[in-house]
Design a protein around this ligand. Structure first.
Ligand SMILES: [Mn+2]
Length: 424
């Protein structure tokens, strides 16, 4: 299905008076509101092809109905999101869950929905049907050279799919590691992984990047071969200038200071990509900003400060993507909430009075530093974010319009109640 422009215009005119009142107040309170709005309009967050269906846990999965059955329908879903919020203009493909069949028609569809192809993702954490070797004991780290070779070739194939689509980055997340002490030689596992990554790196086109994503634990529970940002940075530094670390918010041990990690990686010019989600305990993959919105703001505060220090373009300097799973919510509503939370945290970070903060830091005025950050965090910028969305052609209240138009009901009637998205 498609949302028509007139439906957005009708919705916006119904909410216009209310929005105008709130926006005028916010704009009067916020210095530089126009510049913030301009930056918000440009900022796009990629949606991964695996986030459009209902996820599950190892205990079960409860389908929500009307899930996209193939890549075309996944793009249709992201097209709906982008139509509503005008900030979801990119899709990140997971291979082999979403191998593009007819490249020309997939590209035409992307153009129709105004979507770009973000980083492509390889998958060596599962065995595929008819695969010669198993990844049960790791892929790029494996003690068996033939298994490593198979995993390397898969990554090179993913790069080729990305080239066909106009993508310019490969994200490698490895489940490699060990579940019991003594299971592997950690130094050899690192060296095997490095050699494998070097072969993949050689296959990258000149303008491409490779993102090395880390994760503290799971599915392996004793050691992870790319376990934290230090290990990822070690790989990225050894690989070369096209290799970067990717930070996934859920891939840290509890209470890790992610804002500090972000600050230092940016300082080193080695932060490449970002995966948004939220969590209470581990890699919970919850809606971004649903549990720790203040942390999200603090992370964005470091991102904006660090990117500005390096003269980076906020919209294009890093790969921005949501990486979440939806067990109890409608995935599309969840994604609308996530994008909204990201835009809000970004807007707040743009509002931080950097000069005043630097002065307070220089005087070690700890109280003033806290007042500046929390004063900004507690400023209500929702009307500013909504104004940016309206100027970009989106809906004043995306979730309200989504529900008013009965989008999920229409997707169910078109696709069926019992559908399962590929990869889930
Ligand atoms: Mn991730």
């Amino acid at each position: 299905m498609q949302i028509e422009n007139y439906q957005i215009e009708e919705h916006n005119s119904q909410l216009q008076a209310d929005h105008r009142r709130r926006f005028d107040f916010a704009a009067s309170e916020v210095p530089g509101a126009e510049q913030i709005i301009e930056k918000l309009v440009k900022f796009q967050v990629a949606i991964p092809s695996w986030a459009l269906g209902t996820g599950g846990t190892r205990f079960g999965r409860f389908s929500g109905g009307g899930e996209p059955r193939n890549l075309e329908e996944k793009m249709e879903d992201i097209g709906l999101l982008h139509k509503l919020n005008r900030s979801s203009g990119a899709i990140s493909l997971h291979i082999p869950w979403d191998i593009p069949g007819n490249i020309a028609s997939i590209k035409a569809l992307a153009a129709q929905y105004e979507l770009k192809f973000d980083a492509v993702n390889s998958n060596t954490f599962q065995d595929q049907p008819n695969q010669a070797h198993s990844y049960k004991f790791g892929s790029l780290q494996n003690v068996d050279k033939a298994i490593r070779k198979q995993a390397i070739e898969h990554n090179i194939e993913v790069i080729k799919h990305g080239i066909d689509l106009g993508s310019d980055a490969l994200t490698v997340w490895l489940a490699d590691g060990s579940t019991f002490p003594g299971q592997l030689n950690m130094r050899k596992a690192f060296q095997n992984t490095l050699e494998s990554l070097q072969e993949i790196y050689e296959a990258l086109p000149d303008h491409w990047k490779v993102f090395v994503e880390y994760k503290a634990y799971e599915p392996n529970f004793y050691s992870t071969t790319v376990g934290d940002w230090g290990q990822s940075l070690l790989f990225a530094n050894k690989l070369g200038p096209k290799a970067y670390t990717l930070v996934d918010l859920g891939h840290h041990l509890p209470n890790a200071n992610i804002e500090q990690i972000v600050a230092l990686l940016l300082m080193e010019g080695k932060l490449g990509g970002f995966h948004f989600n939220d969590s209470k305990y581990g890699d919970d993959d919850l809606t971004t900003g649903s549990i720790k919105p203040y942390q999200l703001f603090l992370i964005f505060n470091e991102l904006v400060e660090g990117m500005d220090a390096r003269g980076m373009d906020h919209a294009t300097g890093l790969g921005w993507m949501i990486d979440a799973s939806h067990n109890v919510k409608d995935p599309l509503e969840d994604l609308l909430q996530s994008v909204e939370a990201i835009m809000l945290a970004y807007a707040q970070a743009l509002l931080v009075d950097r000069k005043a903060l630097a002065e307070a830091q220089a005087e070690s005025d700890v109280v003033r530093c806290q007042e500046i950050l929390q004063g900004t965090f507690r400023t209500d910028l929702r009307a500013i974010v909504a104004e940016a969305r309206l100027r970009a052609g989106g809906a004043a209240n995306p979730i309200k319009l989504y529900r008013d138009l009965k989008v999920r009901e229409k997707l169910i009637s078109g696709r069926g109640l019992k559908t399962v998205a590929t990869g889930l």
